[in-house]
Write a protein that binds this ligand. Structure first.
Ligand code: WT7
Length: 649
């Protein structure tokens, strides 16, 4: 961890929306009178019926309720499209950059975005989708993904995007979990020169579960697919039959905009529910201020719309601000490691936002891939998803940003809707590896993990909680408000518990130290160890499994699985490969264990609880710090596990 500070240049600060003095003044105002502050900033979006109430929030266990702008009405799609038409109908809203650089990019104007979104909305209505119904999107990164999101918002349907890398089983669980009426997908999804057969996956998922879900299919590659007569519809055929006008529904600020499934420390993924009004205000405000976005800038967030980053910073935030946003279908290393930088050059990107794992992978390929591209339009660089190591930060700063682009290390979560702690590029002196200071209205606190009391000293380390609400906060777990309360409000009463550990330094800067629960962060993606375990034990030859994270050079954390086989099953390399494949099919490639260790026994307490702390230490090669093993039912299993640990390479 480095304590070197990088202040914004005077020139950058002078042209920025927010400088250091303005940050302090606005931050103080946001904490002293949240209702006045957010009442003012709530006006940045268009309301059909203006709100009179700003904030109505309780974090009290048993009656957790989060309401913002609750008597206001609006339509999110109208905010992202229609309100810009008078001044920007011919401005590019979305630049679509395909997987292969040989295919042409598309420039979609706000008028075209309007027409295509309305058509998609009318098609969905024709398929029977009504206000409040759920629609699952399982799509490549193509413009139709944005049309579909906005079409749902336009008619008041709730979208739930499932990342196209998830398996049919995972997709099926999510379709059923929210009882979706329609799934929108594509024939095949090209990515990194390979194609995923999305429609086939949908067929498999739906066959397992509900058979009557209709499917709207976008023709992306023209590849072969199996068609379910009467249930499947081509998007291009249906679009030709409907009007390019569709009146936006008047929605309440608190009506759900979307559900997004995310992993937790226990059980199956939970459906995070975000609101319409507060979410949009927060996504739009953070996109503008955290990236210092100015009209005419070209903004590129490299995430996939299957994750919250894509929701807030490819679609809703930028479009609510009338921005030009890039949607990239491909991967950083295809056709080669200069792809990101070539796209930056080609589209004259001004703000670039990506994940540390991508930077580490590209850094390893050498500087020439960056240096051969003209990156002179870059103004601000962002990172998200996991702590960034100072080496990657420095490379980003020097090689990509040429020392002239502030780096915003944005800490947030699926649950928070938008950035909670981050530098503001014209205001905050950055430190490599620190997400620095809170955004407006955000009150981070560090609690002592055992006593649960707040540590008031500036220098502190403990668990990270947030003291009060912000408009972008999730509202509930879909269909399970009790789980919402239990997960986020029961361990530390009166606070929102983030699940992260954190250190605050002498300057009051925050440094995320990683998850304190059984969630691991693989390449910036969240994975519940319980999910991988339950996939493993679903295999007929597996008796028991325990999964932990371990440090991985590129991915941040890798997945380390301890597997106990059924009696009489021979542990072979073949079986190891089969289990890897098994997890890929059960969940998806991102959940595939990096290392599987055969474990004749797992360290358990006498009451049968697996002591993961010990398994974590073994996976980390940190045998000196195993702690007390005397409470184990059979302490000898630990020696066996150490002896046969997998080489991390
Ligand atoms: C978890 C949330 C929010 C979009 C991407 C991930 C970790 C996220 C940072 C950062 C250190 C970070 C935290 C958090 N995380 N951003 N800048 N520095 N850690 O969303 O899948 O909901 O995961 O990602 O551990 O709790 P997510």
């Amino acid at each position: 961890m480095s304590d070197t500070k990088y202040p914004p240049s005077a020139e950058f600060a002078a042209n920025a929306h927010i400088d250091a003095a303005k940050y302090q003044e606005m931050y103080d105002a946001s904490i002293n009178d949240p209702a006045a502050f957010w009442g003012e900033h709530g006006k940045r979006i268009d309301w059909i019926k203006p709100f009179t109430k700003v904030k109505d929030v309780s974090f009290d266990l048993g009656s957790v309720a989060i309401n913002w702008y609750s008597d206001g009405t609006l339509n999110v799609a109208a905010n992202c499209i229609d309100r810009h038409l008078a001044t920007r109908s011919d401005q590019t809203a979305i630049i679509w950059e395909p997987d292969s650089p040989d295919e042409d990019a598309l420039h979609i104007t706000y008028q075209q975005l309007h027409d295509n979104t309305c058509r998609m909305a009318n098609v969905l209505k024709g398929l029977g989708v009504k206000r409040g119904d759920r629609v699952v999107l399982y799509l490549p990164m193509i413009p139709e993904a944005a049309y579909a999101m906005l079409a749902c918002a336009r008619i008041g349907a709730i979208h739930s995007i499932v990342f196209a890398g998830f398996s049919p089983d995972a997709l099926g669980a999510r379709v059923n979990g929210c009882d979706a009426k329609v799934v929108i997908t594509a024939d095949h999804a090209p990515r990194g020169g390979r194609a995923t057969k999305l429609k086939d996956n949908v067929n498999q998922a739906l066959l397992h579960d509900v058979d009557d879900v209709k499917c709207l299919v976008v023709k992306r590659t023209g590849g072969q697919i199996a068609w379910r007569e009467g249930l499947d519809f081509w998007w291009h055929e249906e679009a030709a039959k409907v009007s390019a006008e569709c009146p936006p529904e008047e929605m309440n600020a608190e009506d759900p905009l979307f559900i997004l499934y995310t992993s937790g420390s226990t059980g199956q993924p939970k459906g995070v529910v975000h609101s319409s009004g507060g979410y949009l205000v927060y996504a739009a405000m953070t996109q503008e201020l955290v990236f210092d976005y100015h009209p005419g800038d070209v903004f590129w967030c490299t995430a996939d719309v299957g994750w919250v980053t894509g929701h807030s910073y490819i679609v809703y935030g930028p479009l609510a601000n009338g921005a030009t946003t890039i949607m990239f279908e491909g991967v950083p290393t295809y056709p080669d490691a200069s792809r990101f930088w070539q796209v930056c050059e080609k589209h004259k990107v001004n703000q670039f936002y990506t994940a540390p794992t991508a930077l580490r992978a590209l850094m390893g390929q050498g500087n020439s891939f960056v240096e051969k591209c003209d990156l002179s339009d870059l103004k601000v660089l962002g990172t998200v998803g996991e702590p960034i190591n100072p080496e990657a930060w420095t490379w980003y700063n020097e090689v990509v940003g040429k020392g002239k682009c502030p780096i915003v290390d944005t800490w947030w979560q699926t649950e928070t809707g938008g950035h909670l702690m981050t530098p503001l590029p014209g205001a905050t002196a950055t430190k490599p590896g620190s997400c620095t200071t809170p955004f407006f209205g955000v009150q981070p606190v560090i609690l002592d993990p055992t006593s649960g009391t707040e540590i008031h000293e500036t220098e502190a380390e403990g668990v990270l909680c947030i003291k009060d609400s912000w408009p972008g906060q999730m509202r509930t777990v879909y269909g399970d408000h009790e789980r919402f309360e239990k997960t986020y409000f029961s361990d530390y009463k009166g606070y929102y518990f983030t699940g992260d550990g954190c250190r605050r330094d002498a300057d009051g800067y925050y440094w995320i130290t990683g998850r304190v629960d059984d969630v691991i962060n693989v390449s910036g993606h969240r994975m519940g160890t319980a999910e991988v375990e339950s996939a493993l034990v679903a295999h007929a030859q597996v008796a028991e499994a325990a999964v932990v994270g371990y440090p991985h050079d590129i991915k941040g954390q890798g997945i380390y699985a301890y597997v106990t086989l059924m009696n009489d099953v021979e542990p072979t390399d073949e079986l190891r490969k089969e289990l890897e494949k098994w997890v890929r099919t059960e969940i998806g490639p991102i959940a595939k264990p990096d290392l599987i260790q055969w474990a004749p026994g797992l360290p358990k307490t006498r009451s049968g609880k697996i002591m993961r702390r010990i398994l974590r230490k073994i996976a980390e090669d940190d045998f000196g710090a195993l702690g007390d093993t005397s409470t184990l039912a059979d302490p000898s299993v630990v020696d066996e596990l150490i002896e046969n640990r997998m080489n991390r390479g």
